[in-house]
Design a protein around this ligand. Structure first.
Ligand code: NDP
Ligand code: 8X3
Length: 253
């Protein structure tokens, strides 16, 4: 295995679990996020555990200049990116639309939509110039096709990821770049703590009475999609806890 995978949002949750899983599979990985201390700790862990080749890049995906500069300055052994996992994202707030805060709306739109676009453009252009295909994995959500009360802007950003995944699949077809959208339901990560602005008790309440997915569960779906032969593209994977049918129906004990 000599493939290079870049994972955005690898400091926590699904991205961190994906970095572990891909390093375990022998991929060379570029891990990114804003928290440099976590990136350094993960690099040390994966180097020690798997002898993995890991490169860290600390930047904010909302900042176009930072994204482009980070991706320009890659060491030679990490320069040919085969796989991009567009994972960085968040929900911020859970309010009725008339009570929404600009700060929350901007954080979600700028990260989940515009950040994903900046990274995708920069990396897909590198893949195209190289001419050896590639694979882009986008973290969508069950909220990418359903809207729940108070989910308004978060759901809209994941609807955008759903549409953009389809658009990428069409536009990048001629370059043999595969595009997979991973669409989980409830995954217990730092997601709800971030959504509730650090309120851990409220976040824990989200998962009470059911067994949610873990970041590792989602990472395994990503590994499976990436491991298909080159003539197969997995367009979408929707995965939920057994206790969740969709955004509306949950069986809470
Ligand atoms: P976490 O909060 O645990 O992880 C989010 C990651 O995104 C962190 O590594 C964070 O890194 C990174 N990130 C957030 N904002 C930025 C930014 N501006 N620049 C760079 N990195 C950023 O949540 P999850 O692992 O659950 O979420 C990962 C993805 O999965 C998201 O796109 C989310 O929408 C999606 N998802 C989550 C579900 C869930 O129930 N948890 C279900 C369906 C989809 P740092 O703070 O260090 O920058
Ligand atoms: C995250 C899952 O149900 O909070 O995308 O929208 S949910």
């Amino acid at each position: 295995m000599n493939k290079v995978a870049l994972i955005t949002g690898a400091t926590s949750g699904i991205g961190e679990a994906t970095a572990r899983a891909l390093a375990g599979e022998g991929y060379k990985i570029i891990i990114t996020g804003r928290r440099g201390d976590r990136l350094a700790a993960l690099k040390a862990e994966l180097t020690e555990k798997f002898g993995a080749q890991v490169h860290t890049k600390c930047f904010d995906v909302r900042d176009k200049e930072q994204c482009e500069a980070a991706l320009r300055a890659l060491p030679e052994e990490f320069a040919n990116i085969d796989i991009l996992v567009n994972n960085a994202g968040l929900a911020s707030g859970l309010e009725h639309i008339n009570e929404g805060a600009d700060e929350d709306w901007n954080a979600m739109i700028d990260t989940n939509v515009k950040g994903l676009l900046y990274i995708t453009r920069a990396i897909s252009n590198r893949m195209i110039v190289r001419g050896e295909g590639g694979h882009i994995v986008n973290l969508g959500s069950t909220a990418g096709t359903q809207v729940y009360e108070n989910g308004n802007v978060y759901c809209a950003t994941k609807h955008a990821v759903h549409a953009l995944s389809h658009g990428m699949r069409i536009d990048l077809l001629r370059h043999r770049i595969r595009v997979t959208e991973i669409r989980p339901g409830m995954v217990e990560t730092e997601f709800s703590v971030v959504r509730f602005h650090g309120d851990k008790n409220r976040a824990d309440g989200v998962y009470k009475g059911l067994k949610p997915l873990s970041g590792e569960d989602v990472a395994q779906a990503i590994v499976w999609a990436l491991s298909q032969p080159s003539h197969i593209n997995i367009s979408e994977i929707v995965l939920t806890p057994t206790a969740q049918a969709d955004s509306y129906y949950k069986f809470v004990e």
